[in-house]
Ligand binder design. Sequence first.
Ligand code: UDP
Length: 238
Amino acid sequence: DTGNSLFKRVLLKISGEALMGDQGYGLHPPTVARIAREVKSVSDMGVEVCMVIGGGNIFRGLAGSAQGMERTTADYMGMLATVMNALAMQSALEELGIFTRVISAIRMDEVAEPYIRRRAVRHLEKGRVCIFAAGTGNPYFTTDTAATLRANEMACEAIFKGTKVDGVYDKDPKKFPDAKRYETVSYDECLQKHLGVMDASAIALARDNDLPIIVFSLDEPGGFRTILAGQGTYTRVG
Ligand code: UDP
């Protein structure tokens, strides 16, 4: 029974910055706990939940390479940052009684499970939240691409991208009061107009597999559950 959810299996993508609260860096445990409650409310409906969390609150490869670090090394540091975020989310979910697995694209068996697709599917079927960490395991990619890849592999019906605003706008709604929100927008329009939903490779991968991306606000309490029921405001990219 998935209640009034329109979806049975979904992937929630959040940036690392979503976990830092009002701080400029790192993890803010009360914020992690708040997002964990959103995930719990959906998991409690019987919806199978995958998560991909970025690492930008700790380290970004591009920032490292801009300061003279070798790019691939810096990217591996970024991937390790996503593992820290995944562990923080696991801890917050377990605090709420939700069973989770952190599944890493880079082997670190003492810390997280290695990624084995069939095993991950089995976890989902058993109602465990799967947090996919370490991105795709490859430098030069982002966690947006990792989210699209895992959502395809896990046969999720859509990616839910939780942001600070309630959808995709033609310009930054925090700066321009006349910014307009799209109800729906095509993948190609996102790419052509650089709408900043996700990076281009992630959008192209979603487009080529007809995977919808639903952009919504994670700042509204109960927002995730509302959006899964097809209510509230959001933008559907697809
Ligand atoms: N990263 C990578 N390969 C991946 C995913 C991530 O190299 O498949 C690195 C990359 O350096 C990136 C960092 O991990 O800057 C953090 O991920 P991202 O920037 O996507 O995090 P977000 O912006 O969502 O917080």
